[in-house]
Design a protein around this ligand. Structure first.
Ligand code: ADP
Length: 506
């Protein structure tokens, strides 16, 4: 009998299901987009029922591709992080739509907190590893309790439950029997003490969130419960859960201290494994719990940590070239355009379309192109855009190295824009370290599958999993170190110019 591990990848725009075999090959795959709800500018919601139904639908679709002799050994979950759902304990009915991580409805409340209570903000950063923001679940839960009639009292009476999307899926898969989350998802709520591994009473008090409504927090790799899926299968262990970025770090087999992965999507998401040490950043990065556990092969030691940084505009700049200023027709075309010129002729593009993230943290900065001369052609413009993705990544990685006092030797990459060979080579040149692109770029789903498979013995240990990681292509730094340094200096100057331009006039 052939056996597979099922990964449920519940993302911001679609629900996916992928069945992996022991070698990490994909046996079956199904995906469904679902509705984005925008009640007001800056507000984003999902229907929790549709999250569940779309996820259930793709599970059925993927399972239908199996034959009689094939079985599912375990289920692993990975999910959009921070998205907040509150439902009735008695019925499992949500009392409000899911408030999506991107939703800015509580931004003012967080701004006020920063102004009125800087001490609490420092406390939050120290305990949760996060820089207070409306992205995280805490203020979203409080918003639901404040705005749905009677919710606060009902929560206090123990009638309501909160969960991130992993919790919601496990709850539904077990027909309401299990109310849990994993360390990685808990570490994105802004309510969880990542050092003491408990919900933090002081922060709960500030947001007036009763602890009874919170899920029990468990390791990312353990059996949470069993799913009875009727004709889809009986008693399947749900054995892994991790937030999407942490799952990708695990799926990339970035198990060792100093290992870094970068996902080149609309934005870039970078995570560095810092082992059992929770590094508090001085460079504006977040500290978070990684999916693996120290100790290890049975994943039973203490938790491991990661530093996280993101670039807001990465692939989005390529989309802008295509749809905004219509300079290209398709994203892959940029590779040939970039390679057709030896450099940008001194042009830099800073895609600060919505401010700058780590390590600059300037919400006012706006996009800028500098260094244009009469010889600047479309190719140089496009190249400057692609190069900006590599420079921004370089900025975050150098901040990570500084914080963790580690120097990295390689970066593992995935995401749509990692397919661009020019970008990957330029990245290696600017970083001065190797860029490794794996064959399987479904690293998020694969990470969830690995976590579940390890818990049930489908894979013996991390070593066995590591053997699955196959290199598709490796990019070595080829640029002279001095040249790379000069170009990085130029980039820094361009960033300073963009920040200067955004300053208020005296
Ligand atoms: P997301 O998960 O954020 O939607 P994906 O991982 O699917 O992103 O990657 C899509 C992004 O990558 C888009 O912004 C697109 O512009 C960019 N992209 C896709 N292919 C290429 C390519 N060959 N070169 C450069 N950018 C690309």
């Amino acid at each position: 009998m052939k056996k597979y591990v099922m990964a449920l990848d519940q993302g911001t725009t679609s629900s996916r299901c992928i069945l992996f075999d022991k070698q990490g090959n994909i046996r079956a795959k199904a995906q469904k987009e679902y509705t984005q709800i925008y009640p007001k500018p800056g507000w984003v919601e999902h229907d929790p029922k549709e999250i569940w139904s779309s996820q259930y639908g793709v599970m059925a679709e993927a399972m239908a591709l199996l034959s009689e002799e094939e079985r599912i050994e375990a289920i692993g979950i990975t999910n959009q992080r921070e998205t907040t759902i509150v439902w009735e304990k008695a019925t499992g009915e949500p009392i409000y739509n899911a408030i999506v991580w991107q939703c800015r409805r509580t931004a003012e409340q967080i701004d006020r907190m920063k102004e009125e209570d800087p001490e609490l903000c420092s406390y939050i950063t120290e305990k949760t590893g996060l820089i207070p923001d409306a992205y995280f679940s805490a203020s979203k839960i409080a918003w639901i309790l404040d705005h749905v009639e009677g919710a606060r009292q009902r929560a206090e009476k123990g009638e309501l439950l909160f969960g991130t999307v992993d919790t919601w899926l496990i709850y539904n898969l077990t027909k309401g029997n299990v109310h849990v989350t994993d360390y990685t998802n808990a570490s994105r709520t802004m309510l969880f003490d990542i050092h003491g591994l408990t919900w933090d009473k002081k922060i709960l008090d500030y947001f007036r969130i009763p602890e009874e409504m919170l899920p029990q927090v468990k390791p990312s790799s353990c059996v949470y419960g069993h799913a009875n899926l009727g004709s889809l299968g009986e008693n399947i262990p749900i054995a892994g859960a991790a937030g999407d970025q942490q799952a990708a770090l695990f799926g990339q087999c970035a198990f060792d201290k100093g290992d870094v992965k970068n996902t080149y999507g609309t934005g870039c998401f970078l995570l560095m494994n810092t082992g059992t040490q929770a590094v508090q950043s001085k460079e504006g990065l977040l500290t978070t719990i990684a999916a693996g556990r120290a100790g290890d092969d049975n994943l039973s030691g203490d938790v491991e940590y990661a530093l996280e940084g993101s670039v807001f505009v990465a692939g989005a700049a390529v989309q802008w070239l295509r749809d905004g200023i219509e300079m290209i027709e398709k994203a892959p075309q940029t590779q040939q355009l970039c390679e057709s010129v030896p450099d940008t002729k001194g042009v830099y593009l800073v895609p600060a379309f919505a401010g700058l993230g780590a390590p600059y943290w300037n919400p006012h900065a706006r996009g800028m192109m500098v260094g244009i001369t009469g010889g600047c052609k479309k190719e140089h413009f496009v190249r400057a855009t692609l190069e900006s993705i590599a420079y921004q990544t370089d900025d975050v990685i150098r901040a990570m190295e500084q914080d963790a006092k580690l120097s990295l030797s390689q970066v593992k990459v995935d995401g749509g824009a990692s397919a661009n060979d020019f970008l990957m080579q330029f990245q290696a040149d600017i970083l001065g370290s190797k860029v490794m692109r794996p064959k399987c770029i479904e690293t998020t789903a694969l990470g969830a599958a690995y976590l579940a498979g390890l818990a049930v013995g489908y894979w013996k240990d991390k070593q066995e999993i590591k053997e699955n990681w196959q290199l598709e292509r490796e990019f070595h730094p080829a640029m002279d170190a001095k040249e790379s340094e000069t170009r990085r200096k130029g980039w820094k100057k361009a960033v300073r110019t963009a920040i200067f331009w955004a300053q208020e006039e005296e």
